[in-house]
Design a protein around this ligand. Structure first.
Ligand SMILES: NC(=O)C1=CN([C@@H]2O[C@H](COP(=O)(O)OP(=O)(O)OC[C@H]3O[C@@H](n4cnc5c(N)ncnc54)[C@H](OP(=O)(O)O)[C@@H]3O)[C@@H](O)[C@H]2O)C=CC1
Ligand SMILES: CC1=C(/C=C/C(C)=C/C=C/C(C)=C/C=O)C(C)(C)CCC1
Length: 315
């Protein structure tokens, strides 16, 4: 452990967290000692299988639920190395649907994980990182932390919230040689989308008017599915991007993993009235058939030539 970076990752039972844990633990130079955490250890089978020979060598599995103080304290105090050099706040939950049919209580649970879960981890680790004048706080944010997407209102709010928190904190932490990095993927093909679809398929959308429900079901859901199919990245691509940011000597504050999404985000900064973003998203949503395919092809042509060419290939 002495020459290694101790990396703690939250939410490793599936998706991005699982792949990141495995990629870091499989580093040929053995630079990382990975503590792959999950809230429910009965789900550890998939990670154990993917970890292969790295299990209990460079990859260690531990219990951690970001929503509970005791769980966080207990996990951190059980760390053999006695320190965490890099924390990857990956645990997160999605939420889609008309706001009229979501209760405030339900909305709070999203913030409990995506905002306060991350804040809890950071608060627990900061004193020691400050003392050691070293550390890297990585957050699995999202493009939805920079640009809202229709029917993702609450999820967007939670990711915007953590962006604001970290953007503010990053300045203070530079004084202590602690870096903060936000990883901002677009759609990623993990269990995330399936969980959302499952939840939606069970809801009758109480409180929402029929026009909104129809707009959500017949326009948004197919368009969103299309976006996951055409623009979606693999969790391995996100793990690779995260590993790249972790390995930087001076880690960047923001890192967008999907070059196809970059021009959509850029609209926000190109027109400070916000109208360009709102209207373009409106048009893209309602023309998601043929027009959308044409727009996407155009985006591919533009972005492949102009944005970080060759750095990460859009899949
Ligand atoms: N998939 C996507 O399109 C995108 C995802 N992201 C973000 O990436 C991150 C990972 O998502 P992804 O891998 O796609 O989705 P998954 O649903 O596959 O993974 C989410 C992980 O978070 C865990 N988790 C949820 N709540 C808690 C909690 N309270 N404490 C600890 N762990 C918890 C889940 O555990 P359990 O199995 O127990 O539920 C699971 O391991 C999230 O923060 C998400 O917002 C960002 C951009 C796009
Ligand atoms: C780009 C785009 C759309 C959807 C984007 C989606 C659904 C993105 C999902 C991103 C996720 C899931 C991020 C997770 O953090 C719409 C609204 C269909 C309209 C057309 C343009």
């Amino acid at each position: 452990i002495d020459g290694q970076k101790v990396v703690l990752i939250t939410g490793c039972s599936s998706g991005i967290g699982l792949r990141l844990a495995v990629q870091l633990a499989s580093d040929p130079l053995k630079r990382f000692h990975v503590i792959a955490t999950m809230r429910n250890l009965s789900k550890k089978g998939k990670l154990e299988e993917a970890a292969g020979a790295t299990l209990n060598k460079t990859l260690h599995i531990a219990q951690l639920d970001v929503c509970y103080d005791e769980s966080v304290t207990q996990c951190l105090s059980s760390i053999q190395a006695g320190r965490v050099d890099i924390v990857v706040n990956n645990a997160g939950v999605g939420k889609i649907g008309p706001v009229e049919s979501l209760s405030i209580e339900e909305m709070k649970t999203i913030f409990e994980t995506n905002l306060f879960g991350v804040v809890r981890m950071i608060k627990a680790l900061l004193p020691d990182m400050k003392k050691r004048q070293s550390g890297h706080i990585v957050v699995m944010s999202s493009v939805i932390g920079l640009q809202g997407v229709v029917f993702n209102d609450v999820y967007a709010a939670s990711k915007f919230a953590i962006e604001g928190f970290c953007e503010s904190l990053a300045v203070q932490l530079l004084k202590f040689n602690i870096y903060v990095s936000m990883i901002e993927p677009g759609p990623v093909n993990t269990e995330f989308e399936m969980k959302l679809m499952e939840e939606v398929s069970q809801s009758e959308f109480p409180g929402a008017d029929p026009v909104t429900v129809q707009y959500f079901k017949d326009v948004y859901l197919p368009a969103s599915h299309d976006i996951f199919m055409t623009m979606g990245q693999t969790p391995d691509a996100i793990a690779q991007a995260t590993m790249k940011v972790i390995s930087m000597e001076r880690p960047v504050f923001r890192y967008q993993t999907n070059v196809l999404y970059t021009p959509l985000i850029a609209m926000k900064y190109a027109d400070n009235t916000g109208n360009l973003s709102v209207r373009t998203f409106y048009n893209l949503l309602f023309n998601h058939g043929t027009m959308f395919k044409i727009s996407l092809t155009l985006l591919r042509i533009i972005t492949c030539n102009c944005f970080r060419s060759g750095e990460i290939s859009p899949n």
